[in-house]
Design a protein around this ligand. Structure first.
Ligand code: BDR
Ligand code: CA
Length: 312
């Protein structure tokens, strides 16, 4: 089994990603660290616990993390995910507790306790928690197996400003810290690939046809997302951004990309959070990122359906 920590800000597509991970027999979800992003921390921390309970997994340790980005005020995305962060499905009051330990401490402790090179970090939101952990305990960097993050945009343009993708824009300083940390493997799933991982109404129908509740919940969430994104982008279905992270960990051969140098714009008002990619090696700087641009979207969706089908 691959040991993973999921760091997340649910978030409708985060919810589908977490359910997919919890449904996989090939992943050990060591714990979930929560960050402010799509909605404030109080709601994201509650939503993660609701999602674990949907999956029948109330024993998964859930750790609340940073309430705001390193330097900037929090920017949220209720216009996409709704006031609760999980529009489109009925929400209950979760019974499972939050852990006492802060998410940043949890990340550091886990990486130090586990054997070096065995824990993969699945980053589904702004990168605040991981940046804090790296600054506080730089020794953890060499212990990480891989950082797989949903964030950034280059060929596609941005989704929160014309030049920036939401997760990077919300905490560009954290993103810059993570991309420059020197970890042996950082894989990035930018909008350039997630805009190809779409849930069309036909694909959503496959999930709705699953005999379990999780399939239906995922279908309901995707239907709400579909309405927003199809209106905005005129695409054939809504991009399932965050589930691509879990899919990559489970089946990397569904994706392709290039090892490149990527940095984060931290100063300009106009292009804050932009992630210019040195696609042609112009800077001569060594590659720091495996930057993915293509996905086998049918295979991706089959993987989601297979893993979701094992849940209650
Ligand atoms: C990212 O932003 C969030 O709204 C989604 O959950 C995803 O992580 C896409 O830009
Ligand atoms: Ca997210």
């Amino acid at each position: 089994k691959t040991a993973i920590i999921i760091d997340t800000d649910p978030g409708q597509d985060d919810a589908v990603a977490i359910l997919t991970a919890l449904g996989s027999s090939r992943l050990e979800v060591v714990g979930i660290s929560v960050v402010a992003g799509n909605v404030p921390l109080e709601l994201t921390a509650k939503n993660v616990r609701i999602i674990c309970e949907w999956a029948g997994r109330p024993e998964v340790p859930v750790h609340a993390g940073c309430e705001r980005p390193l330097l900037r005020p929090l920017v949220t995305a209720e216009h996409v995910h709704g006031k609760t962060g999980l529009d489109g499905v009925p929400l209950h009051e979760p019974a499972m507790p939050l852990q006492q330990e802060h998410a940043v401490d949890f990340i550091i402790r886990t990486l130090r306790e586990r054997e070096r090179g065995t824990v993969t970090l699945c980053m589904l939101g702004p990168l605040t928690n991981l940046a804090m952990a790296i600054v506080r305990a730089p020794d953890i960097v060499g212990r990480i197996r891989e950082i797989v993050l949903m964030g950034g945009a280059y060929f596609e343009g941005g989704n929160i400003t014309p030049s920036a993708e939401f997760n990077i824009y919300v905490d560009p300083h954290a993103a810059a810290t993570v991309l420059a940390c020197g970890a042996a493997a950082i894989t990035m799933l930018p909008l350039d690939v997630t805009h190809k991982a779409t849930a069309s109404l036909a694909r959503i129908g496959l999930l709705r046809a699953l005999p379990n509740r999780a399939g239906n919940l995922a279908a309901d969430i995707m239907t709400t997302l579909e309405r927003f994104d199809v209106q905005r982008y005129g695409a054939d279905g809504a991009p399932l951004h965050d589930p691509t992270v879990i899919a990559y960990v489970l089946q990397p051969e569904l994706f392709s990309g290039r090892k490149v140098y990527v940095a984060v714009e931290q100063n300009s008002e106009l292009t804050l959070g932009a992630t210019p990619v040195d696609w042609w090696g112009i800077t001569g700087k060594p590659a720091n990122v495996n930057y993915l641009t293509t996905v086998d979207s049918d295979g991706f969706f089959r993987l989601l359906a297979d893993n979701l089908s094992t849940l209650p």
